[in-house]
Design a protein around this ligand. Structure first.
Ligand code: SF4
Length: 338
């Protein structure tokens, strides 16, 4: 059966004055309707560029995109702006991180929701306004008929984020890309927005790609997790497996960096040492090697010479040369006590 969304061997690179930035380097994954994929990684891991590339919203003048992004089997790579515009909003939509900058300050919130609906549905102004009111109510804005004419600056941060979600949902998209949708919000509002996304997904059976650096967010809403490092997939698998028995040293580092109630107050969190590599000049072999404590355990210096492929590791697939017995021992001894 054709997957709903299939990304295959995706490469996204940017020409800069300093050289070619390989932001996404051979990424593949699939996603079905009704499922949420969390893409996690540090800044510069390629997670946001992946989300933008799916919608064709990357900087098209400077970027080179190769590989396949298939929605219902249709390859989106190479579609014209006009063809992509027909799909954006109706088949796929994006919720951006910072609602204050993503929303136009010059138009009412209701107008911004109605605009996309009118464009894709040839609706009258009255119908589109009613759609905006319905959606504002659906995303939990109180008294939506009164707030539909409000401007973004008249909304709180949480309400603006809800309005962004309403805009994205205006045409019932099958695919929603949410890029750090809760980063700017306090914890209570964050939980409400995540609940809202889960409710809406259940209602519309949409597929969600959730781009985030926050493993807590992923644990709440994602069915599957893709961990990215330096533009490549480091690990992929069901959320529970990735969070409890991961197979990649980078994921071990991410998990070890998360404070837990059981972490002793004076114990050091095991932050990943060093910084991500330059995407213009990646290290040979495994890109994580300069920061990895486990490379010496791999025979023949393979980490320095051979890019690891994704292979089965515990309950996930991980791009790492560690042998399975070694990996199991490290997880049991070092990670499970956390
Ligand atoms: Fe570390 Fe080697 Fe595995 Fe890369 S391949 S994560 S350097 S052990």
């Amino acid at each position: 059966m054709t997957p709903f969304l299939e990304v295959r061997d995706l490469h996204v690179s940017f020409d800069t004055d300093d050289g070619v930035v390989r932001a996404v380097d051979g990424l593949s994954f699939t996603l079905e309707r009704g499922r949420t994929l969390g893409i996690v990684g540090e800044s510069g891991s390629g997670k946001t560029v992946t989300g933008l590339a799916i919608l064709g919203l990357h900087d098209r003048r400077r970027a080179t995109v190769t590989g396949e992004i298939r929605l219902h089997g249709q390859d989106l790579v190479g579609l014209s702006e006009a063809e992509l515009n027909r799909l954006r909003g109706s088949a796929m939509a994006m919720v951006f991180q910072d609602a204050l900058t993503a929303l136009s300050p010059y138009y009412s919130v209701g107008h911004q929701i109605a605009e996309g609906y009118r464009l894709h549905n040839q609706a009258t102004k009255k119908q589109a306004r009613q759609r905006a009111i319905d959606l504002l109510g659906r995303v939990g804005i109180p008294r939506p008929a009164e707030r539909v004419d409000s401007y973004p600056h008249e909304f709180s941060g949480g309400m603006r984020q809800r309005a962004m979600i309403a805009i994205a949902l205006a045409c019932d998209p099958e695919l929603l890309i949410a890029d750090e949708p809760t980063t700017a919000l306090d914890v209570t509002v964050q939980a409400q927005i995540l609940d809202l996304l889960a409710d809406l997904q259940a209602e519309f059976n949409s597929a969600i790609v959730l781009v985030t650096h926050d493993l807590g967010v992923v644990s709440q809403v994602a069915d599957d997790v893709l961990v990215m490092y330096a533009g490549r997939a480091a690990e992929r698998g069901p959320t529970r497996a990735v969070l409890t028995r991961p197979g990649h040293p980078y994921t071990w580092g991410l998990l070890s960096s998360v404070p837990r109630l059981t972490t002793a107050i004076d114990s050091d969190l095991l932050a990943i040492r060093g910084t991500p590599p330059s995407l213009i000049d990646l290290p040979r072999g495994c890109a994580f090697r300069p920061r990895c404590d486990y490379a010496p355990l791999v025979p023949d210096d393979r980490c320095a010479t051979e890019i690891p492929a994704l292979t089965p590791a515990l309950g996930t697939v991980a791009a790492c040369h560690l042998r399975s017995g070694e990996r199991e021992r490290i997880v049991v001894e070092r990670l499970l006590p956390l």
